[in-house]
Design a protein around this ligand. Structure first.
Ligand SMILES: Nc1nc2c(ncn2[C@@H]2O[C@H](COP(=O)(O)OP(=O)(O)OP(=O)(O)O)[C@@H](O)[C@H]2O)c(=O)[nH]1
Ligand SMILES: [Mg+2]
Length: 455
């Protein structure tokens, strides 16, 4: 980090738009902007009170050429996004004016920002913790209103609050245990052991609760991976099209129409559903179709939810039964399609939920959507938007959980306080990784690398 240098970037997307924004952050942000900004009343940005907007022109100081008419926002440290001085130049939103202004800012003393560097500065300067910084990207990338609400809660520090609470309890417990390290000849007395156990139990159940709910959190952030599978010609692609309400996939009466996995997003009651139509599963010789079947099986194995489609107008096939055995009933919905035709398939008491539909007529789809939503929400109160959504956080919570678990086992065995405190230290480190207290540098860099430039 070079805390003294001033960074800059274009913060709006490239292309045409109403406005484009070039943003600067750092101790020279105002000085640099003053070199290229001319106001009609000769106002200087450095004399402008904080959080004000000035009208004027960006002018090339070497030639006097006016580059664009602009509004410039001046935000002085520390109450800014990065806790540093920030200037935002709002110009006309075409690629050329924005780029020319960026060039001028660069040649006037700023350095081009790395991806996510503004947010990284907000983190390094202590305005937000790491979980909040990650939430910035989640707000930008959110898939549905529900995902966005969750990300905003995380950005506002709701998750961090809960994590900090666990951390405080862990610190208290560690101090309590470590007080015994100086008296190695004495055993920890039973009342103290009891107290340690109850303190650990509280932390244990808080962690357990966060981990349990994270399944839903992951769905909100990444989408419910849903695979439509079944034999050829049962109407998988027709189902995809019916759910999307447009003809996305090719449908024909020839078995083997779909070869590749087709992926789309659907919003079902606020839950982002990543729906994948796959090639019909059967034994084939044709190479392309063989590869298609391989991909279908791979998609099926990695799905959170499987929509297993069978053709209700045909007698149940051995291959249908094989698929029913292959799929986990807990995460499968069996769909009997083509109910508009006379029915022949009679699956005897399938172990999974079953829904009858006609993809062609659109009947049964509402019921199916409700079922998909309840499967995703399993064990959740509707709209729980205070959940862990990030795999990095989940694995840190699991690490902390395992260490606390070992600590409790250690109490049972009456392990030495040194040994017990090691487990607690590990748990503390894991929790600290979520907030950015103990996060290794390479992981930190990796997190901010995923941001766009200008954020
Ligand atoms: N009557 C009736 N026909 C349907 C229904 N759903 C699909 N079909 C027909 O069944 C045939 C196969 O439909 P697709 O959606 O291509 O089937 P698929 O499972 O994707 O087939 P593959 O991609 O070859 O595995 C087409 O002729 C569809 O029009 C339905 O609900 N009722
Ligand atoms: Mg198909």
């Amino acid at each position: 980090m070079h805390p003294d240098d001033t960074i800059t970037a274009i913060s709006t997307p490239t292309g045409h738009g109403g406005i484009g924004i070039v943003r600067l952050s750092g101790s020279s942000a105002i000085k640099i902007s003053d070199r290229i900004f001319r106001s009609p009343h000769k106002k200087r940005l450095k004399h402008t009170p904080t959080h004000r907007i000035l009208f004027g022109h960006i002018t090339d100081p070497s030639s006097g050429e006016v580059i664009d008419e602009v509004l410039v926002s001046v935000m002085k440290a520390p109450n800014t996004y990065t806790k540093e001085d920030i200037v935002e130049i709002n110009c006309h939103g075409g690629a050329v004016p924005v780029k020319r202004i960026l060039q001028l800012v660069l040649s006037s003393g700023a350095r081009l920002a790395e991806p996510g560097e503004f947010t990284q500065r907000a983190f390094l300067n202590g305005r937000i913790d790491l979980a909040q910084a990650e939430a910035v990207l989640d707000v930008i990338n959110s898939l549905t209103v529900q995902s966005q609400k969750t990300a905003v809660n995380q950005l506002r520090g709701k998750l961090s609050g809960r994590i900090n609470d666990i951390r405080d309890r862990l610190i208290e417990l560690t101090a309590f245990v470590e007080a015994y390290i100086d008296f190695p000849e004495e055993d920890i007395e039973p009342p103290s052991l009891k107290k340690m156990r109850s303190m650990a139990q509280k932390i244990h159940s808080q962690l357990e609760n966060l981990i349990e709910n994270s399944r839903y959190g992951l769905i909100l952030r990444e989408g419910l991976k849903t695979a439509i599978v079944g034999r050829p010609n049962v109407g998988k692609s027709s189902l995809l099209n019916a759910l999307l309400e447009h003809d996305r996939a090719i449908v024909t009466d020839m078995p083997g129409t779909t070869r590749d996995v087709i992926e789309e997003y659907l919003n079902i009651q606020g839950i982002p559903v990543r729906i994948m139509d796959t090639a019909g599963i059967r034994t084939v010789k044709n190479l392309a179709e063989k590869e298609g079947v391989k991909r279908s099986l791979h998609t099926l194995e990695n799905a959170d939810l499987i929509l297993l489609v069978i053709d209700g107008s045909k007698a149940l096939h051995r291959a249908d039964r094989e698929l029913m055995e292959k799929t986990d009933p807990e995460k499968t919905i069996m769909i009997i399609n083509k109910t508009d035709l006379p029915q022949k398939a009679k699956p005897a008491r399938p172990p999974m939920a079953t829904i009858k539909i006609s993809a062609k007529k659109g009947s049964g789809l509402k019921k199916l959507k409700d079922k998909i939503a309840t499967t995703a929400l399993k064990g959740q109160t509707e709209c729980n938007t205070e959940v862990v959504t990030n795999t990095r956080h989940i694995s840190a919570l699991e690490k902390a959980f395992n260490s606390i678990h070992s600590f409790m086992e250690g109490i049972k065995r009456q392990d030495s306080p040194e040994f017990l405190s090691l487990e607690l230290r590990e748990s503390l480190d894991a929790i600290g990784e979520i907030l950015g207290i103990t996060t290794p540098d390479d992981i930190l860099n990796h997190i901010f690398d995923n941001f766009c430039i200008g954020k």
